[in-house]
Design a protein around this ligand. Structure first.
Ligand SMILES: [Zn+2]
Length: 267
């Protein structure tokens, strides 16, 4: 899975953790960076197996399934821990907020920070261009394939605004979500938009990937714009379905989003 002396560029690997988390691993020329290590063991194993030096740990938000492995990895590797300014974290060397930038020297990678509250109050995302030229975003539990995070510490308006920041990223941006929720999300999305051909196609390809035991991620911003109801509140098919679910006319994108979130919570 990992080619230690890739020479050809950065590898981006979703490492499964718990039942449905992914810890994203960047790896290049013997160096590694991880995003949201909820547990240390799968990462420690890979670092040892492939003799990788862990340069940095990037955190998107404070939930235990995203930060549970930080202390052990920090103790074992002394990697620099980056995390959101406004959240309580087990260890954090560099606190980040909107428009901050960090540079990962061994990856020739600069990442800029987006504040994307809603799932948690201080949730951030990391956006940048891999050395292949591919744009990539680590968005934690905010944007999922055909879904979005639950609103534990924010309002529908905040979450819609946060998704708006992700939606304007380049269409080919690799969307690195922190959970394999894709099939369950698509099942719901097909209830919202049964007549969306891109969604029907995505359902088929995601089923195929999962039946082969492969991740459905990363997604892309383009694919989310075509198939994710939470990214499409102004599409008539979506807003009509959300209004039918709510049982009242919905007159704003926020009202549509709130109805969709409620619908998905109860699905
Ligand atoms: Zn979370």
């Amino acid at each position: 899975m990992i080619n230690r002396d890739s020479g050809s560029g950065t590898q981006l690997i979703p490492v499964p953790a718990f039942s449905d988390n992914y810890i994203w691993l960047l790896c290049k020329d013997g160096h590694a960076v991880v995003v949201d290590p909820g547990e240390a063991a799968p990462i420690e194993k890979l670092l040892a197996q492939h003799k990788l030096t862990l340069d940095a740990i990037l955190l998107t938000h404070h939930h235990p399934d995203h930060v549970g492995g930080v202390k052990a990895l920090k103790a074992a590797t002394n990697a620099t821990v980056y995390g959101p300014l406004g959240e309580t974290l087990p260890a954090c060397d560099v606190r980040l907020k909107e428009d901050d930038n960090i540079t990962l020297d061994n990856f020739n990678l600069e990442l800029s920070i987006l504040d994307i509250p809603g799932h948690t109050a201080g949730h951030i995302a990391y956006f940048g261009y891999l050395d292949s030229g591919k744009p990539v975003v680590f968005c934690g539990d905010t944007l999922f394939a055909a879904g979005c995070g639950r609103l534990f510490e924010g309002t529908p308006a905040q979450m819609l605004n946060s998704l708006g920041k992700l939606k304007v990223l380049p269409l080919d941006t690799l969307v690195c979500c922190a959970h394999e929720y894709t099939l369950a999300n698509l099942r719901w999305a097909l209830q919202v938009e049964p007549g969306n051909p891109a969604l029907q196609q995505r359902w088929k390809s995601a089923q195929q990937l999962r039946s082969e035991g492969r991740p459905t991620l990363p997604s892309t911003i383009g694919l989310e714009l075509e198939t994710n109801p939470f990214c499409r509140p102004l599409q008539e098919s979506v807003s009509d379905a959300a209004a039918a679910y709510a049982g009242v006319p919905l007159t704003s994108a926020v009202a549509v989003f709130a109805s969709l979130r409620e619908w998905k919570n109860n699905f």
